[in-house]
Design a protein around this ligand. Structure first.
Ligand SMILES: Nc1nc2c(ncn2[C@@H]2O[C@H](COP(=O)(O)OP(=O)(O)OP(=O)(O)O)[C@@H](O)[C@H]2O)c(=O)[nH]1
Length: 201
C-alpha cells in the first residue's frame, strides 16, 4: 500500500484573497488536478489543510475514486513541515508521497519512481538544483512524522530540518531528468502563474 499526502494548509498570500488550492485552473480546481495525478500512483489519499478549507476542498475532490480523507492542522500556520507531519500522521501505508497542492503538473510515473527509490530507506527526496524538493518526495511515514515532531519540538520550522534526522536517498538532477521533466515540480503562486499554466492544459 502506498499513500499520497497533499499539503494544502497555506494562506496563498501571493495569490490574493482566495485559496489557491481550490482556484480554477483551466476549468478544474488545482487541488483536484493534483489529486487526480497523484491518485494514479497511490492507494490512499490524505489532504492536510485547515478546518476552514475542508468544505471547499471536499467539494473539489467529490467523486474521487480514492475517497480522500482529511488531516487537519490543530495549530494552523506552522508552515509546510508541520503540515507534512499532520498528513503523515494520518496515513495507513508504510510509505507516502507528499505533494504540495500547488504542483498541478506532478508526474505520477515520477512518483512511482520515488517510491522505488525510497524502498528500504526512510525517504527519497529529489534535488534537481540546489534545493531539495521536500514537497514532492516519498517518505517512510512514521519515520518522517517523528522526525518532523522532533524538529518542531526543537523550535525548528525549516522544511529540510527533519531530513537530516533520516536515512534518506537524494534523487539527483540526472536521475530526475531520466524519469520526468522539471515541470513536475512547477508550483503556482500568483494569478499570473495560473494564467500562464492554464494555457498548457
Ligand atoms: N499545513 C500547512 N501547509 C502549509 C503552510 N504554509 C504553506 N503550506 C503549504 O505548503 C505548500 C507550499 O507553500 P507556499 O507555496 O508558500 O504556499 P502558501 O504559503 O499557501 O502561499 P504564500 O502565502 O503565497 O507563500 C503549499 O502546498 C501550501 O498549502 C502551513 O502553515 N501549514
Amino acid at each position: 500500500m502506498r499513500a499520497g499526502v497533499i499539503v494544502a494548509g497555506g494562506r496563498s498570500t501571493r495569490f490574493g484573497d482566495s485559496d489557491k488550492a481550490v482556484a480554477d485552473l483551466a476549468g478544474t480546481p488545482m487541488v483536484r488536478r493534483v489529486a487526480d495525478r497523484l491518485g494514479e500512483a497511490v492507494d490512499e489519499l490524505v489532504v492536510n489543510c485547515r478546518e476552514d478549507q475542508v468544505e471547499a476542498i471536499d467539494t473539489a475532490l467529490s467523486d474521487h475514486t480514492l475517497e480522500p480523507t482529511f488531516a487537519l492542522d490543530e495549530d494552523p500556520d506552522q508552515g509546510p513541515m508541520a503540515g507534512i507531519a499532520t498528513g503523515l500522521g494520518a496515513v495507513d501505508s508504510e510509505y507516502a508521497a507528499v505533494v504540495a497542492c500547488d504542483m498541478p503538473f506532478v508526474d505520477p510515473t515520477f512518483v512511482d519512481y520515488l517510491f522505488e527509490r525510497a524502498a528500504s530507506h526512510e525517504a527519497a527526496v529529489p534535488r534537481p538544483d540546489e534545493w531539495f524538493q521536500t514537497t514532492q518526495a516519498v517518505y517512510h511515514a512514521d519515520a518522517m512524522h517523528d522526525a518532523c515532531q522532533r524538529a518542531l519540538e526543537r523550535g525548528e520550522h525549516k522544511i529540510v530540518e527533519p531530513l537530516f534526522d533520516l536515512e534518506y536517498v537524494v534523487v539527483e538532477r540526472e536521475d530526475v531528468l531520466a524519469h520526468t521533466s522539471l515541470d513536475t515540480f512547477k508550483n503556482l503562486n500568483t494569478r499570473e502563474e495560473f494564467e500562464a499554466a492554464a494555457e498548457r492544459f
